[in-house]
Write a protein that binds this ligand. Structure first.
Ligand code: NAD
Length: 441
């Protein structure tokens, strides 16, 4: 985000944003006492590691990495590892807490965790990235494990990185089935069919269900609708492909170098080839160039932020012209921008529902690994669809329930949007398991 566009005074610290979102929802759950609320809000464990590697160029360089376990009441911690120069402890803490609520929204038996290493993969060789990965995982030691904390891919990490994580962990824990220690692995090393596409596929299932349930008046499906997508990585590029296969017209996509637009719909195969050969979608033949800001402000039916956090803020929320925002990325909309969009009648399908397909199929991968099974892709997708529809319905029903209750009471706290409804549902689910288990000892 260019510094000049940073909205003065707006809260952009992700952990404080995550806590604010929690508080906004928790006020609708007065039955939970302040002590329990405090426990649910706070990360259980934050680990900071500083470790060296000897780079390919023969220099010793020190890197800083984090692994945060936010909550493990419902099961082992689950969450990706990101490699990015802007990673901070607070960012990882926020992402870990969102994982707790996301797993609860889709009702899978995992808690929330996340990891990150401050590094710029674009300036590192593949061998250096492998060394960083191996050293980080070996330093984490038993802080991760198949039944304690299970990593997965996130920004700038992929199935190859997950294979290195598995290999490192299994070197340190020989003689056991260690496949469930990490998900998002290559398919021939215990990865699940359908995992690569799962985040985007889940996003499509949720969008279609939300449209069918009337989230946008007069728009009952994504078919024939125009879509703009920010980010062309695992989440964004595959969302472009799947929305297009579902009959939507993808008119714009972007990556960190800029965006491309074609009114009649982009040739996504040509764009993917361009990205592969030049490293960016920008400049693809037959397209008009757009800045990232222009992608966010494009007149279209569905806007899918699928890159990084804090993209829709106070300073640009009024530019959004889409009829629906679907958060494939984590935390792309700030709380203040949420309010602006709501006031303008633009609904947002929140990240903890919209991108939960990734962790859902990560759970399926974990189950397959524990059972030494491999499900076929159709089976994975069928299960994913069922779970995403159930989760979408649960969030819509929660919103209806809370709003009815509010109305009956004279609307003391105001009605809730889908984000608040998803948080209320998730917090209630985690709180009830906490209380059923009893606070130890
Ligand atoms: P990725 O590294 O595969 O792709 C990120 C994309 O965003 C790249 O195309 C990059 O160029 C682009 N990008 C970076 N900065 C940008 C900017 N300022 N403007 C426009 N584009 C920019 O990462 P990913 O796995 O696709 O993750 C993207 C988002 O989705 C993140 O918020 C991540 O946490 C979230 N997410 C990912 C998964 C998953 O399974 N991979 C699951 C849930 C949520």
């Amino acid at each position: 985000m260019p510094a000049t566009k940073r909205a003065i005074g707006e809260e952009l610290n992700l952990f404080r944003i995550a806590q604010l979102q929690f508080d906004n929802a928790a006020q609708y759950l007065p039955e939970l006492g302040p002590g329990l609320i405090e426990f649910l809000k706070s990360p259980n464990r934050t680990v900071t590691l500083e470790f060296p590697i000897a780079t390919e160029r023969g220099r010793v360089k020190t890197f800083v990495g984090y692994r945060v376990l936010h909550n493990s009441v419902r099961g082992p911690g689950k969450g990706g590892i990101r490699y990015h120069p802007d990673v901070t402890e607070d960012e990882v803490r926020a992402l870990a807490s969102w994982m707790t609520w996301k797993c609860a929204v889709v009702d899978i038996p995992f808690g929330g965790a996340k990891g990150g290493i401050i590094c710029n993969p674009k300036r590192l060789s593949r061998k250096d990235i492998r060394r960083i990965t191996r050293r980080f995982i070996s330093e984490l030691g038993d802080l991760i494990g198949p039944y304690t904390d299970v990593p997965a891919p996130d920004v700038n990490t992929n199935s190859e990185t997950m294979a290195w994580i598995y290999d490192t962990y299994t070197m340190l824990h020989p003689g056991k089935n260690n496949l469930p220690v990490v998900t998002g692995k290559p398919v021939n090393i215990g990865g699940s069919l359908g995992r690569r596409e799962a985040t985007a596929r889940g996003c499509l299932f949720v969008t279609q269900r939300a449209l069918r349930r009337g989230i946008v008046k007069g728009m009952k499906s994504a078919k024939g609708r125009t879509v703009a997508i920010q980010g062309f990585g695992n989440a964004g590029a595959i969302a472009a492909q799947l929305f297009s296969e579902a009959g939507a017209i993808v008119v714009a996509v972007s990556d960190s170098q800029g965006g491309v637009f074609r009114e009649q719909g982009l040739d996504l195969e040509a764009i993917a080839r361009r990205k592969q050969t030049s490293g960016s979608v920008a400049g693809a033949r037959g397209t008009r160039k757009l800045t990232n800001e222009q992608v966010l402000g494009l007149p279209c039916d569905i806007l899918i932020p699928a890159a990084l956090e804090n993209q829709i803020r106070v300073d640009n929320a009024t530019d959004v012209q889409a009829k629906l925002v679907v958060e494939a990325a984590n935390g792309p909309t700030t709380p203040a921008a949420d309010e602006i969009l709501a006031a303008r009648g633009i609904p947002v399908i929140p990240d903890i529902l919209a991108n939960a397909g990734g962790v859902t199929v990560s759970f399926y991968e974990w189950v397959q690994n524990v059972e030494n099974e491999q499900w076929d892709e159709a089976e994975v997708n069928r299960r994913l669809e069922r779970r995403m529809i159930r989760a979408t319905d649960a969030v819509f029903d929660e919103r209806a329930r809370v709003n009815k209750q509010q109305k009956a009471a004279g609307n003391p706290m105001g009605s809730v949007d889908l984000r608040k409804a998803a948080f209320i549902l998730a917090i209630r689910r985690v709180a009830s398991v906490t209380l059923e288990r009893g606070i130890w000892p």
